[in-house]
Structure formats: C-alpha cells, structure tokens
Ligand binder design. Structure first.
Ligand code: LMR
Length: 351
C-alpha cells in the first residue's frame, strides 16, 4: 500500500507505498481468503490511518497495491478505511497498477514477495522475488518522491531489500531497509516476561544479521530501568545459560512458532513493528535508545560491506546511523558471522 503524509507545517506530501502482492497465496489457490497481502497489509492500514506510523498529527493518504485477482477485495479494504472515519486519513488509492501505487510516495512498505516454504529451494524463491522486485524497484525509482524511504517486510526480507537496491540504483542505499524491528520487539517482550517488568523499561537489545533462524539476538548491552537505576539485563536475569541458549532459539524460531499456532504467519506484530520502524526512522529514536534495522552494511563490526544486515541504529532527522564501538565478545562474534554467512550465501544466489 502506498500513502501520503504531511509533515507538520510542510503542506501535503505523499508517503507510504507498500505492495501486497502475495504469490504464495496464489500459488496455493488460497488467495481469495488471504489476499491483500494476507493479513499484514490488512492489519497495517488502520495503524497508519490512526497515526501509529507517522505520529498523531500527521495526515496520511494511503495507496494500496495488489494483484489483479485481489482488485475487488482491495476495494473492500478501501471501503472499510472510509468506514473507519479516521481523522488523519486524507485519501485512499486502491490499485493494481504499480506506477499509480508508487507515484510520489515518500515511504514504501514492501509486503509482497514469494516466501520460502517447506520444500522450496532458496534459489527458486530468490529468482521469483527478483521478478517481483524488479518491477517494483523500477516503479519506485521512476515515480516515488526523490527521498522515498523503503522498508522491505516480505521474506527473505534482507535479500529482497538487496534485490530492490540492485534494481533501483538511483535510490540512495541508506533509503532501503528491511524489517528486523519485529525481532527486536520480540526480544524486548521475552526479557520483560522473564523478569516480570514493563516492556517499556527494557532498552537496547540488538538483533544482528538476517531476519531468519540465524539471527543473533544480543542482550549484552540491554538495560532494564529499575527503582534503583538502570541495570544490565544479565545481572537481573542471572541465568546466562538461558540467555545463551533457550532465549536465542526461542527468538530464532518465533516466526515459525506463530505460523504453527495460527496456521499463518505473524501479522499484527509485523504490522505494528513496521510502524515502529518507520516512526523511529522518520521522527527519531529517543535519546539513549537504539533500535534494530536491516540496513546496508558499510563494514561496521567487520560485516561484509554490501549486505543488508541488521545492526543497532539510532535515527535523527530522518537518517539512521549504526551505533559504533560496542564491545563484541567471542560468542557474539561467532553468531554475528554465522548470520552474515547466510546472507552472503543468499546474495550469491542473486542473478
Ligand atoms: C515472522 O518472523 O513472523 C515471519 O517472518 C515468519 C514468516 O516466515 O513469515
């Protein structure tokens, strides 16, 4: 879907494009019940319309793109958005035309893709996504606003973002990112549950690497606000074994656990974390806090330049910067390299 927004005092601007193409559902003949990108797009649009992505003072126009067989359903979503009477919503475009969807957008949230399923070869998925992302990259490059920010959600998210970058060379590399905020938020949730504290009191987890089962959730720099000041999470959890084993595997398998329970992948948490990702990128991260974003590696922390890799970042004035100088122990080094290795393999499958 695509939207438009007005930054305070700047007049109406276009924003927010994302597509909901979901070839997976089409391939399995289930698209009639799950199109409009299954469920992430359906969960995301009311959040954008309520200001969760761009703030409570930011009017938006949302453009939604879907494939032809979903056109009627897309109209239904448009009707629902009208019926929601969202005060910030200044317009909705429902289209199957990628150029119309991308026209002048300032923010693009890419939900569509061909995800890997049991029995699917990674290289097949990547070549299918090349076809999808090639068209969208070129539409964004030619028709989006000059400084359009792109968030890729569809899996394999890091490599899809890289594909998009390759096919849209004129979009600055710092404007193309992928979603690992979902994993970041999951880690905050796990720690807050473990300690019985408010999720908001837990800060600065890190997701390194790929949004996949090789991701490395790192809590070595994570703090918890307590009545007696900020405490390191390792000190409070007092269970290094859990932090180095079950916590990590729970995080790595969380997406799969949700699919097993829901019989479809995460939607509301994915949509909510996409809003968090864009909000912090556009509006800025709170002082003293970083978030995880899949961004173009500049070689920081010894990660091969040119991968889209999840790092801890701070954001200010619409720009992200990788947090520098964090101490990396041997355990973390090995995990960070293992997830980088997977991304290098995925990259090597790109044509
Ligand atoms: C998630 O982490 O919930 C999803 O990326 C899982 C999936 O494969 O769709």
């Amino acid at each position: 879907m695509v939207g438009k927004y007005v930054l305070p005092g700047t007049g109406l601007q276009y924003c927010c494009c994302s597509t909901s193409i979901c070839f997976k559902e089409i391939a399995s003949q289930q698209f009639k019940s799950t199109y409009f990108t299954g469920h992430i797009g359906y969960a995301l649009v009311p959040m954008i319309a309520r200001g969760a992505m761009l703030g409570p003072d930011q009017p938006v126009i949302i453009n939604m793109l879907d494939i032809e067989p979903a056109a009627e359903a897309l109209e239904g979503v448009k009707m629902e958005l009208t019926d929601g009477a969202f005060p910030l919503l200044r317009g909705v475009v429902a289209t199957t035309n990628v150029i119309e969807a991308c026209k002048n957008v300032d923010i693009a949230v890419m939900l569509g893709g061909f995800p890997r399923k049991e029995g699917t070869e990674r290289k097949d998925v990547i070549s299918k996504n090349v076809l999808i992302y090639k068209a969208q990259a070129s539409a964004l490059e030619q028709h989006a606003a000059p400084n359009c920010k792109v968030l890729v959600v569809a899996n394999p998210a890091n490599t899809n973002a890289l594909i998009l970058k390759e096919f849209a060379p004129s979009i600055p590399e710092e404007n193309i990112t992928c979603l690992t905020r979902l994993d970041h938020n999951r880690a905050l949730g796990q720690i807050s549950e473990m300690l019985g504290v408010q999720v908001n009191d837990v800060k600065n987890v890190i997701i390194w690497g790929n949004h996949s089962s090789t991701q490395y959730p790192d809590v070595n720099h994570t703090t918890v606000a307590t009545g007696t000041g900020l405490k390191n999470v390792r000190e409070l959890v007092a269970n290094d074994h859990w932090l180095s084993t079950d916590f990590i595997t729970t995080m790595q398998q969380r997406g799969a656990a949700i699919i097993k329970a829901r019989k479809q992948s995460s939607a509301l948490s994915a949509a909510s974390s996409a809003c968090d990702h864009i909000r912090d990128w556009v509006i800025g991260t709170p002082k003293g806090t970083w978030v995880s974003m899949g961004v173009y590696s500049d070689g920081s922390y010894g990660i091969q330049p040119g991968l889209i890799y999840s790092f801890p970042v701070t954001c200010e004035k619409g720009e992200w910067s990788i947090v520098q100088g964090l101490k990396i122990d041997e355990f973390s080094r090995a995990k960070m390299d293992a997830t980088a290795k997977e991304l290098i393999e995925e990259k090597s499958l790109m044509p």
